[in-house]
Design a protein around this ligand. Structure first.
Ligand code: BGP
Length: 492
């Protein structure tokens, strides 16, 4: 079948892009904003992990403090998204703009005003906002005082924040996500990144002291907080739709050895579904007891928690997808990196400079798996390729590799739609270059828009349209029917 001719994309499909506040806004200490967890992380690389500093180190570089200065460029950036034809823009609210430490009883008006302006700007162009309440952006004060989500009190602080923004933006927003990649907490890296848990002895993001009891209890508190937020959202505005967000870390068996098949099944079930089973179905899955036993944890789960989990199930499912990995019992094989977790290298796949394997077919596999399991609408809310883009002498970026990645993943979505999956939207990750979450680098670029900003903190913040900008524009204009890479960069 010729996928360039077929158009399986439904009318109203939400094409767009995604960012996170801490990775793009900058303006980390302006207009009353407090400090959030990622702002205590220094820059890093693939081999030099980001340091987590408990006090600001005057000699270190903190890339999120300035990022790409979306805080002062939002109008220009949203205008560029509109030019590409975005129908949806996924962004996060930085909790610390609204409640600087998390503990205040009144919100910070200046912070609320900033998102008023961002939302209004989107609306002006008919772009539907999709807002993540917590994209790895816990107030650092909550980390210090309560050890992040390990503390039960964090639930109420989150619900207070969620209620404030649900009320403030009522009538202007329809789609919300509670926690970005909530299953990041299944891995030790999620301690600080996702749960704001900072154990004594932890100094960098890749080698954190892990106390599974705190990590699993922290995830339980997030499930309860997420369910309370969903319930509240529906009460505040019956038109609100609230989703979960999962980092889908697809694993294949390395061989057809049944032991490898079983290992992959277990990996996929536990890593990818432990959280969404709770958020979509409203109760812990049958295999949870075994997960707790293997991790040596005994959770404090109260009867009222179980009740709220049932009452606060999500309306739709969303996930990120970048790459797949293999798992096998013979672990002598070569390893590779990927989003959040490592795995065995797949001999059939190529990988990026950061070791993330390129596997569009995996997206079709996931969409079918998830839809078969839950039968609720799905959105792919992160997908993209991080590359060291180079400016040409003409001052543009000819990113045919990004166009190829995008095209292959759009074809995979078309196929999933033809399979019968209820896929309702796609927001490409880092639609404008921003700071990498895993390494803190600027050099790992995902955007359709290049930003003149560099790892050493230099740059003018100038925005430049890459070739993929024109490609994605064409794809959206044809509602996914025209995937031919025949675009050229116009002279402006
Ligand atoms: C996801 C995060 C994003 C984003 C993306 C790409 O895990 O939700 O915030 O950064 O991965 O990862 P990276 O920036 O590490 O390349």
């Amino acid at each position: 079948m010729n996928h360039n001719e077929a158009n399986a994309f439904p009318e109203g499909f939400l094409w767009g892009g995604a960012t996170a506040a801490n990775q793009c806004e900058g303006g980390w200490d302006v207009d009353g904003k407090g400090v959030s967890c990622p702002e205590m992380c220094t820059n890093g690389t693939r081999t030099q992990p980001k340091r987590i500093t408990r006090e600001l180190d005057p000699n270190a570089l903190y890339p999120t403090h300035t990022a790409i200065d979306f805080y002062h460029h939002y109008k220009e950036d949203i205008a560029l998204f509109a030019e590409m034809g975005f129908r949806c823009y996924r962004f996060s609210i930085n909790w610390t703009r609204i409640y600087p430490t998390g503990f205040e009883s009144e919100p910070n008006e200046k912070g609320l005003e900033f998102y008023d302006k961002v939302i209004d700007e989107c609306r002006r162009y008919g772009i539907e906002p999709l807002i993540t309440l917590s994209h790895y952006e816990l107030p650092f004060a909550i980390c210090q005082k309560l050890n992040g989500w390990a503390g039960r009190e964090t639930i109420d602080l989150f619900v207070k924040y969620a209620e404030t923004v649900f009320r403030r933006y009522k009538g202007k927003v329809k789609y919300w996500l509670t926690f970005n990649e909530i299953n990041c907490g299944m891995l030790p890296i999620g301690n600080y990144m996702s749960l704001g848990i900072l154990q004594p002895g932890t100094t960098d993001i890749d080698h954190q002291v892990d106390v599974p009891q705190d990590r699993f209890q922290g995830m339980h508190h997030q499930f309860v907080a997420s369910a309370m937020a969903v319930k509240l959202a529906h009460e505040i505005d019956p038109n609100y739709r609230v989703g979960c967000m999962i980092a889908y870390m697809l694993a294949y068996p390395y061989t057809c050895n049944p032991a490898d098949i079983e290992l992959a099944r277990e990996y996929n079930t536990v890593t990818n579904y432990y959280c969404s089973d709770v958020q979509v179905r409203g109760e812990y899955p049958y295999y949870a007891q075994r997960v707790w036993k293997e991790n040596g944890v005994t959770l404090d789960i109260r009867p009222e928690d179980l009740k709220i989990l049932k009452e606060g199930t999500v309306d739709f499912y969303t996930h990120s997808y970048y790459s797949s990995r293999c798992v096998g019992v013979e672990d002598a094989q070569e390893q590779t990196d990927g989003n959040l977790g490592r795995g065995l290298k797949n001999p059939y796949l190529k990988a990026t400079e950061w070791g993330w394997q390129l596997d569009p077919t995996g997206l079709r596999v996931i969409l079918n798996e998830v839809y078969g399991r839950y039968h609720i609408p799905i959105m792919v809310v992160e997908n993209g390729i991080g590359v060291r883009d180079e400016l040409t002498p003409e001052g543009t970026v000819v990113d045919d590799y990004r166009i190829a990645y995008l095209k292959d993943h759009i074809i995979a979505m078309q196929q999933a739609l033809e399979d019968g999956v209820d896929l309702v939207g796609y927001t490409a990750w880092g639609c404008i270059d921003l700071i990498s979450n895993s390494t803190g680098e600027m050099a790992k670029r995902y955007g359709f828009i290049y930003v003149d900003r560099h790892d050493d903190g230099s740059g003018t913040y100038r925005r430049i349209k890459k070739k993929s900008f024109y490609y994605y524009k064409k794809v959206i204009a044809s509602n996914g029917a025209d995937l031919e890479n025949d675009v050229t960069i116009p002279k402006e």
